[in-house]
Each structure stands twice: as structure tokens, then as C-alpha cells.
Design a protein around this ligand. Structure first.
Ligand code: PEP
Length: 248
């Protein structure tokens, strides 16, 4: 049995006041209708504050990026051990905005996964095809390439890993893959993991991301290989995020 997981990605939004208010509101709303694991990936500068605010709650805090390097002359970078020191649990790696806006490519992303795991963080490795890939029928090739890069590394710990399938054309657009379409990609990802390790494939959680809202979460999460969601816009709204978590 895989425990469902819902992670909010705040992206570059918020403030100290926003962080405090939203986390307090979320905590106050957590009740026995929520049985999924919950995470919030906050901007770096709010992580320490967020981990302190959620010390006694089930919400685990994450980062949205991490350096592939452990220390040294890398101005502006933040290492995995620094994040761990702040109480960070998750770290998003390879979000499509990092891949497209900051030219992050598979090779460096795999190094980031390794850096995160060796510091004791749980990486959430994101994959997904662009609109052009989707329209030209290349979804499975792109996914095979992105997931294959990760699985090609003998050092990746498949038992301390979350995968997220986020079609790029669905992120922040209000469009979503249909539950059946998303399920096919999730099953494909799980089959790729299975080629490497059957037990890890059964245990690894694969989240769906891309305009998940309270009105479509239930049908997406109802699919066999969709183990929860990576939520952008809707994670900035307590009512919407709680409703999505209740449905997971
Ligand atoms: C995301 O940023 O990972 C995301 C899925 O965003 P949204 O839910 O806004 O589409």
C-alpha cells in the first residue's frame, strides 16, 4: 500500500506573513478526513520559519531546488546539507520551470537527486512533456528519456524517492491530462522503475501535477498508479489545498 501524498509548490510566492497565515490555517483544518501525507515546498528563505511553524504538525516542509554540489564557490546556490539543517524534508528536482527557464538538464538533475539523498532529503523528481511533444505524440519518448536518466544511475536510492508526472502544457494553464491519459503515463513510469527493481516500483509514489483543483483531484487520484498530487496554484489557497488533500 502506498500512502497518498500531496505536496504544494508555492513557487516564488508569499511573504513571512503569508507563510505564517497559510500554514496556521492549514494546520487548523487538518482533521481525520485527511489521511494523506502532506508537504509544502516553500521558497528557500521561508523554510526555517516554515519548519518551526509546522514542528508539531503532519505537514513536512520542502524546498523547490537544491545545488548538485556539496559546498564551495557556487555563488547563489544552496546545498542539500544546508536544507537538511533547516529541517527540510522534500526537495523538488527538475520542475519544468527549472528545466525550461534555467536550462537544467537531466545530467545535472540526477546529480541533484544524489546530493539530496546523501544529505537525507527526499527528492521529488519531476518529469513531463511539452505541448509540442504532446501534440506530436512524443510523450512516452520524453518520459522514457527523463526517467531513464535517473534510473541509469546505479547510485540512486529508489526507496527514498518520489516521482512527479507534470505535463508542461498543464502547469498553470487550467488544462489537465484526463485521468485515463495520466494513468497511462503513470503506469509507464512505474513499468520503467520495475525494469530496474520490482519492489521499488511497487512502493514508489508517482504524483500527478498540472492544474489539479478540488473539482478534478478525485478523478485523478482514483487512478491505480496516481499516488497523489503536486499542486501549484491551488496550494496557495487553504480551502482548495485542504479539499485536494481530503480527496487523496
Ligand atoms: C506545479 O507548479 O508543479 C503545478 C502543478 O502548478 P499548477 O498546479 O498551478 O498547474
Amino acid at each position: 500500500m502506498r500512502q497518498p501524498l500531496v505536496i504544494g509548490n508555492w513557487k516564488m510566492n508569499g511573504s513571512l506573513v503569508f507563510t505564517e497565515e497559510l500554514l496556521h490555517t492549514l494546520e487548523a483544518r487538518i482533521d481525520d478526513k485527511i489521511s494523506c501525507e502532506m508537504g509544502i515546498c516553500a521558497p528557500f528563505v521561508y523554510i526555517k520559519f516554515a519548519t518551526e511553524l509546522t514542528k508539531r504538525s503532519v505537514i513536512k516542509i520542502g524546498a523547490q531546488n537544491v545545488s548538485e554540489f556539496s559546498a564551495g564557490a557556487y555563488t547563489g546556490e544552496v546545498s542539500a546539507s544546508m536544507l537538511k539543517e533547516l529541517g527540510t524534508h522534500w526537495v523538488l528536482i527538475g520542475h519544468s520551470e527549472r528545466r525550461s527557464l534555467f536550462n537544467e538538464a537531466n545530467t545535472a538533475l540526477v546529480q541533484k537527486v544524489l546530493a539530496a539523498q546523501s544529505a537525507g532529503l527526499t527528492p521529488v523528481y519531476c518529469v513531463g512533456e511539452t505541448e509540442d511533444d504532446y501534440k506530436s505524440g512524443k510523450t512516452f519518448n520524453v518520459i522514457a528519456d527523463q526517467v531513464g536518466a535517473l534510473l541509469g544511475s546505479a547510485d540512486v536510492d529508489l526507496n527514498n524517492l518520489v516521482l512527479a508526472y507534470e505535463p508542461v502544457w498543464a502547469i498553470g494553464t487550467g488544462l489537465t491530462a484526463s485521468p485515463e491519459e495520466a494513468q497511462k503515463v503513470h503506469a509507464f513510469i512505474r513499468a520503467l522503475v520495475k525494469e530496474k527493481n520490482i519492489e521499488s516500483a511497487d512502493g514508489v509514489r508517482i504524483l500527478y501535477g498540472g492544474s489539479v483543483k478540488p473539482d478534478n483531484a478525485g478523478s485523478l487520484f482514483g487512478q491505480n498508479d496516481i499516488d497523489g498530487g503536486l499542486i501549484g496554484g491551488a496550494s496557495l489557497d487553504a480551502d482548495a489545498f485542504v479539499s485536494i488533500c481530503q480527496q487523496a
